[in-house]
Design a protein around this ligand. Structure first.
Ligand SMILES: NC(=O)c1ccc[n+]([C@@H]2O[C@H](COP(=O)([O-])OP(=O)(O)OC[C@H]3O[C@@H](n4cnc5c(N)ncnc54)[C@H](OP(=O)(O)O)[C@@H]3O)[C@@H](O)[C@H]2O)c1
Length: 311
């Protein structure tokens, strides 16, 4: 048994990871949060963390004898990124901490992405800092989360976000020609893989890539049409328009991003460009699914059928 601190364990991915770890009853789990507010329906301890103060973070990690830190702090601002950097610094200076999982849960961020996604810098800086420490770390990446395809009918802790598909109005706005492959994973499977990684005593590789499915957006829309039994209204956002900053927006981004209309469109453009540039297909990085055969991740069809199929 080890003690695991989940920073941002109150949020979408964080709460899902905490729930899975608690369910497995193998480890002691604590949540680090900006406020020590208990999580409803949960008795997992929530400790107030002042992420601006490295010494106070070190004190918590040392007092709790934390061995594994899992960060699920949302990377949505420079300030949040700095919080994670301070947590990495604190973890690296706390003798009990051996392993660190940074808040990734997306794609393999690279320097090249900075030209159209400046926020990539937040992931890159965390990884650069981790490489200078003695901490063992692994970046859990999978491409695109399939939760958004099941909202609100399939359980998830993630906030809703209509991207490409709008099930309520049976319409789709496909990035490019819709043939680029995309890898998908449901957050519940992310929780399972994270828990399996914690139990895996082998040295963590820098990248732990997993996928529940690998399909194009065009194919996802075909599945949605089949499952809903309706012909959808389909449009295409051309690469040319995306590069000009134009994209079809179906709704708001998750509330925690705090974006206005222009900000939401910019976010949709970034994600659509990631798709047409094949960045949301992480299968080329070597999927680790087979190393954890007990986990049978949900496919895109599983999620859509469970959420939108005839009951
Ligand atoms: N690949 C995909 O499709 C996909 C989809 C969604 C998210 N993601 C990634 O997954 C990660 C987590 O996303 P999420 O939706 O789970 O996040 P979230 O629920 O919005 O936030 C997670 C936690 O971060 C903490 N937090 C928020 N703002 C903070 C700040 N300024 N400083 C420090 N902590 C802060 C909050 O905890 P406290 O209030 O308790 O401190 C919050 O509960 C993100 O980095 C995101 O990029 C990927």
């Amino acid at each position: 048994m080890v003690t695991i601190a989940v920073a941002g364990g109150t949020g979408g991915f964080g709460k899902t990871i905490v729930q899975e770890l608690i369910k497995q009853k193998k480890h002691k789990v604590i949540v680090l949060s900006r406020k020590a507010t208990p999580i409803p329906d949960s008795d997992v301890p929530v400790l107030a963390a002042d992420y601006s103060n490295v010494e106070s973070l070190k004190k918590i990690l040392a007092e709790e004898k934390v061995e594994v830190v899992i960060s699920a702090i949302i990377m949505a601002s420079e300030q949040a990124s700095q919080c994670q950097l301070n947590l990495i610094t604190a973890a690296s200076q706390t003798p009990s901490v051996k392993r660190f999982m940074p808040s990734e849960y997306g794609v393999d961020y690279t320097e090249e992405m900075l030209t159209f996604q400046p926020a990539a810098a937040w992931w890159l800086s965390a990884n650069s800092l981790l490489r200078t420490t003695k901490l063992e770390f692994t970046r859990v990446i999978f491409g695109w989360v399939s939760d958004y395809l099941g909202t609100p009918h399939f359980p998830t802790n993630l906030s809703p976000f209509k991207f490409v598909l709008d099930f309520d109005n049976q319409r789709a706005a496909i990035p490019g020609d819709g043939t680029n492959p995309v890898t998908f994973l449901h957050s519940s499977d992310v929780g399972r893989y994270v828990a399996a990684l914690v139990d895996d005593e082998r040295k963590w590789p820098e990248i732990s890539a997993f996928a529940g499915d690998r399909v194009s957006w065009g194919e996802v829309v075909r599945v949605a049409e089949e499952v809903t039994g309706a012909k959808w209204d389909i449009t295409y956002d051309t690469v040319e328009n995306l590069e000009k900053g134009e994209a079809t927006v179906f709704g708001e981004a998750p509330a925690q991003y705090g974006l206005d209309e222009a900000g939401v469109k910019a976010l949709v453009v970034e994600f659509a460009l990631m798709s047409v540039k094949n960045i949301t297909d992480i299968s080329g990085l070597g999927l680790r699914n087979k190393e954890y055969p007990d986990i049978k991740p949900l496919s895109v069809r599983d999620v859509i059928e469970a959420a939108w199929g005839k009951k």
